[in-house]
Design a binder for this molecule. Structure first.
Ligand code: ATP
Ligand code: MG
Ligand code: MG
Length: 349
């Protein structure tokens, strides 16, 4: 037993809390949002701002170990709970800033899309001049589900863009044949296990589907991608689940970004793997032996249920192969991840 603190109140925290409960832990969620869907399944909930150092310190006293399900938690106020935090806040610092993240991956031998930081309209023109168009202007921090991104088709589009107040980065558009993610779990002792890599399909910047088995091209690029992901984990002394997103291209894997947490493209592991990403994250941060990451079906597909589609999701229960997960969000806003459904094909031997 013991208490696990989770920073962030979304569906990832909810699924972590469910896995923790199965292993006999109680969870205490910390989130600024009253509508926390993780709070509903956890023992304790603190609703306070990210920068409320007193609330964070009180929360930390109640917890034996603290993790996060959201990478945009400000790192400053976490200093006081560093001893209990897993993974380490350095993983957060890097993943919070696309510029640092890409530089960090490059230092470890990874290859991101060509990029340049952009602080002004002149910078943007210079970046397009050097990198070319099409490309994407992204905020360096706080983006998710494709938010804070502007596609730039040609140099002429740059004039029409009103730069946001936040720092941005321009990156060249990668001509990929597929997207995939490497999801690993790393234990206190440095042991690393990988799940199989699903092929990911995005729609308007939001993950729509992850499926296995991956294409032959993805399989070919896996070793190189895994070497980078485990190099990132090792260099951070990482404990827990780490996700790296890649583009599969004719020239090999291109690093897109990392998430220092469980990931939407790993939801299939709940039914499709011997041990889910959520359970293995809990095992890792609690110092328990890691579970097998083996895939247990020949085919697995996970489809997100986004926006108002959730209103008719119960109809899927007519399909005996469908494993439905709804996150309990009250409002089915357009573009909001409301749930997912996983279907398993024939079982492996
Ligand atoms: P997440 O919700 O995964 O954190 P995010 O908001 O951080 O997403 P990215 O992963 O940067 O966004 O981009 C979202 C999607 O947009 C990518 O998965 C990919 O489909 C597309 N994309 C992003 N950058 C590029 C690029 N340089 N070239 C081609 N496609 C891109
Ligand atoms: Mg991201
Ligand atoms: Mg992404």
């Amino acid at each position: 037993g013991g208490t696990i603190g989770i920073l962030g109140g979304g569906q990832l925290g909810r699924m972590l809390a469910m896995a923790a409960a199965q292993l006999g832990y109680r969870c205490h969620i910390y989130a600024p949002d009253r509508e926390s869907v993780a709070a509903e399944v956890s023992a304790e909930f603190t609703c306070a701002a990210w920068n409320d150092e007193i609330a964070i310190a009180t929360f930390a006293q109640d917890c034996d170990v603290i993790t996060f399900e959201f990478e945009n938690v400000p790192v400053g106020p976490l200093a006081s709970l560093a001893d209990k935090l897993a993974p380490h806040s350095r993983a957060l610092e890097i993943a919070q800033d696309r510029l640092h993240e890409k530089g960090f991956a490059e230092e470890l031998g990874g290859r991101p899309a060509p990029y340049m930081p952009v602080h002004s309209a002149e910078d943007l023109v210079a970046a397009i001049d050097r990198i070319g168009a099409p490309g994407i202007l992204k905020t360096r921090a706080d983006g998710y589900d494709g938010k804070g991104q502007w596609r730039i088709g040609s140099a002429r589009d740059a004039d029409a863009i009103r730069l946001p107040d936040a720092a941005t980065i321009y990156e060249g558009l990668v001509h990929f044949s597929a997207e995939f993610s490497v999801i690993l779990v790393r234990g206190h002792d440095g042991e690393v296990r990988f799940w199989d890599s699903a092929e990911n399909v995005h729609d308007h910047g939001i993950l729509s589907k992850s499926s296995l088995p991956p294409s032959a091209q993805i399989l070919d690029q896996l070793e190189q991608a895994r070497t980078l992901a485990s190099g990132i984990a090792a260099s951070l002394g990482y404990v827990g689940v780490l996700t790296c997103e890649f583009f599969a291209t004719d020239a090999g894997p291109v690093f897109n970004e990392m998430a220092p947490r469980v990931h939407n493209s790993g939801h299939w592991t709940i039914e499709g793997a011997a041990t889910s990403q959520f359970e293995n994250h809990i095992r890792a941060i609690c110092g328990l032996p890691l579970g097998s990451t083996a895939t247990i079906a020949a085919e697995v597909t996970m489809a997100n249920i986004v926006g108002p589609d959730a209103l008719s999701a119960h109809e899927m229960l007519g399909d005996p192969a469908a494993h439905l997960h709804l996150y309990g969000k009250r409002e089915a806003r357009e573009g909001r991840k409301m749930g997912h459904v996983t279907r398993l094909g024939p079982a492996t031997e």
